[in-house]
Design a protein around this ligand. Structure first.
Ligand code: ATP
Length: 448
C-alpha cells in the first residue's frame, strides 16, 4: 500500500476549479441540467445532500437541541398573503434594476461594475442603460382554480415571517416565557436579478433562522450573546483562520425599526461576502402582524402583569452559502513528492459527507471488508469500493473529503488488523478489525 508523503499545498484560487469538482463528484450541479440548466437553481447530488444535511443537523443541534430556551418549527412555504403585506415585502422587497437597450440584458443597478462591455453596440462597448426601476424579488404563484388577484400568493422570501405568525401558538404549546426563541430551517425564494457566483446568490435557497424574543431592556445583551454563539459555530465547523470577520452595519444601512445589525462575512475567492446576518428587529414584526391580523401578540409580564410586545434578535444564515464557504475553505491542491498531485477537501469530520471508506485491496477480500463496512454503517455514512488501484481509490476519497479510509489487505487474515489512513496527513495505522469502530469514534468525535 506504500505510505504517502505530504507535499506543498495551495488553497482554492479560481471558483471554476471548485465548480468543476462539485459537478464531477456530485456535490452540486445545475438544476435541470439535461435542459441546459435554469439560472439561479441548483441540485445537490449524493455527496452534496450529505454535506448540507450535516450542516443543518449541526445548526439544529447548536441552536435548538442544546438549549431549553429555543423551540423548532417547520412551517409551510406559502403563507397567507397578508403576511407579506405586514412584513413590508409586498411594498418594499425590491432591488433597483436597469436594462441595457442595446444588448437587452438586465442588471442590478448597484452591480453595474460586473456587467462588462456591451456586446451589442458597434463602435462602443458602453451599455445604453435605462433609468433604474424597482423590481420586486418575491416569487408569485396562484392558489386554487380562480384566476383573479385574490388567488395570488407568494413563495416565502425568508423563513422568519412564518415564525412570527406562529409566535403565539408556539409560546403557548411549549409553555415558554420571554426570553425564548423559535427556529426553523427551510427553503426561501427570491427572484434575484443576477444569480451569480455559483450557489452564492440563487433564486431558491435554504435559510436557518432564529427569532429570539426578549425584553427591550435586554436586547443588547442578547444581541451580543447570539453574535458570539454564531461566530463560535462557524469556527467550530471549520471556517476561520483569517476567513471570518464581522461587519457592523452603518446607521444609514439599518432598517428604520432596527437598532443594530452585524453581518458575519466569509472570505470567498470572489471577496468578503455575507454568510449570516444578526439583526435587532425591535418589535416591528410582532406589532405589524398584530395590526394586520387583528390578533394581539403582546405578552404579559408574569410579575408586573404589564402587557408588552417583545423585541426580536434574529440570526439568519444561508445554508447553501455556508456550504459554499465550507467547500471553498476545504479545497486544497497538494503537490506530492515524485510529481504526483492530489485534490482534497479538508472538511471537518462532522461535515464530511462520507465518514469512512472501506477499501479491500482485492476483490478476494470482499467478505471481511463487507462485514466491517456493515458494522460501521450502523453509525456512519460509509462508502464501500473494491474496484481499481488503491492509490486512485484514496484520491477519490480525498476529493470527496472522506476523513478515513480503511483498507483490508492480505495480512488482515493473519493478524486480524486493517490499515486506517487519515485524509490530511495520509498517515496510516494498523488497527485490530474489532477496534476499528472505536478508533474512528475517537477521531470523528461526537456528531462525527
Ligand atoms: P444579500 O445582501 O447578499 O442579498 P441579504 O442581506 O438580503 O443578502 P438576508 O435577507 O439577511 O440577506 O438573508 C440572510 C441570509 O440568507 C444571508 O446571509 C445569506 O446567507 C442567505 N441568502 C440571502 N439571499 C440569498 C440568495 N439569493 N442565495 C443564497 N443565499 C441567500
Amino acid at each position: 500500500m506504500g505510505s504517502e508523503q505530504p507535499g506543498s499545498s495551495r488553497p482554492l484560487q479560481r471558483m471554476e476549479d471548485l465548480v468543476a469538482l462539485c459537478a464531477r463528484r456530485g456535490f452540486v450541479f445545475p438544476s435541470s441540467e439535461i435542459y441546459g440548466g435554469i439560472n439561479g437553481f441548483w441540485d445537490y447530488g449524493p455527496l452534496g445532500v450529505e454535506l448540507k444535511n450535516n450542516l443543518k443537523a449541526a445548526w439544529w443541534q447548536a441552536v435548538v437541541r442544546e438549549r431549553d430556551d429555543v423551540e423548532g418549527i417547520d412551517s409551510s412555504i406559502i403563507c397567507h398573503p397578508r403576511t407579506w403585506e405586514a412584513s413590508g415585502h409586498v411594498e418594499h422587497f425590491s432591488d433597483p434594476m436597469v436594462d441595457c437597450r442595446a444588448c437587452k440584458r438586465r442588471f442590478r443597478a448597484d452591480q453595474l461594475d460586473d456587467a462588462g462591455p456591451c456586446p451589442a453596440r458597434e463602435g462602443s462597448s458602453e451599455h445604453d442603460w435605462t433609468e433604474p426601476r424597482r423590481f420586486n424579488l418575491m416569487l408569485q404563484t396562484r392558489i386554487g382554480a380562480s384566476e383573479d388577484a385574490s388567488a395570488i400568493a407568494y413563495l416565502r422570501a425568508e423563513t422568519c415571517q412564518p415564525i412570527f405568525n406562529d409566535f403565539r401558538r408556539v409560546r403557548e404549546v411549549a409553555r415558554q416565557q420571554i426570553p425564548f426563541g423559535i427556529a426553523q430551517i427551510g427553503k426561501a425564494f427570491r427572484n434575484e436579478i443576477n444569480p451569480r457566483n455559483f450557489t452564492f446568490r440563487s433564486r431558491e435557497f435554504e435559510q436557518a433562522e432564529l427569532e429570539f424574543f426578549c425584553r427591550d431592556s435586554e436586547r443588547g445583551r442578547w444581541f451580543d450573546h447570539w453574535l458570539d454563539e454564531r461566530l463560535r459555530f462557524h469556527r467550530e465547523i471549520g471556517l476561520g483562520a483569517g476567513h471570518l470577520r464581522t461587519r457592523p452595519h452603518a446607521p444609514e444601512e439599518l432598517a428604520h425599526y432596527s437598532k443594530r445589525a452585524v453581518d458575519i462575512e466569509f472570505r470567498f475567492p470572489f471577496g468578503w461576502q455575507e454568510i449570516e446576518g444578526i439583526h435587532d428587529r425591535g418589535d416591528f414584526d410582532l406589532s405589524r402582524h398584530s395590526e394586520f391580523s387583528g390578533k394581539d401578540l403582546a405578552v404579559t409580564d408574569p410579575e408586573t402583569k404589564e402587557r408588552y410586545l417583545p423585541v426580536v434578535i434574529e440570526t439568519s444564515v444561508g445554508v447553501d452559502r455556508t456550504c459554499l464557504a465550507l467547500l471553498c475553505h476545504a479545497y486544497e491542491e497538494e503537490a506530492l513528492p515524485g510529481g504526483e498531485a492530489r485534490t482534497l477537501l479538508r472538511l471537518h469530520p462532522r461535515l464530511a459527507p462520507i465518514k469512512v471508506a472501506v477499501l479491500p485491496l482485492s476483490k478476494k477480500l470482499a467478505e471481511p471488508a463487507r462485514r466491517l463496512a456493515g458494522e460501521l454503517r450502523r453509525r456512519w455514512n460509509v462508502f464501500y469500493d473494491e474496484a481499481g488501484n488503491i492509490g486512485r481509490r484514496y484520491r477519490r476519497q480525498d476529493e470527496a473529503g472522506t476523513p478515513f479510509c480503511v483498507t483490508v489487505d492480505f495480512d488482515s487474515e493473519a493478524d486480524g488488523k486493517a490499515t486506517v489512513r487519515e485524509r490530511d496527513s495520509m498517515q496510516q495505522d494498523r488497527v485490530p478489525l474489532e477496534a476499528v469502530a472505536a478508533y474512528l469514534a475517537d477521531r470523528l468525535g461526537p456528531g462525527g
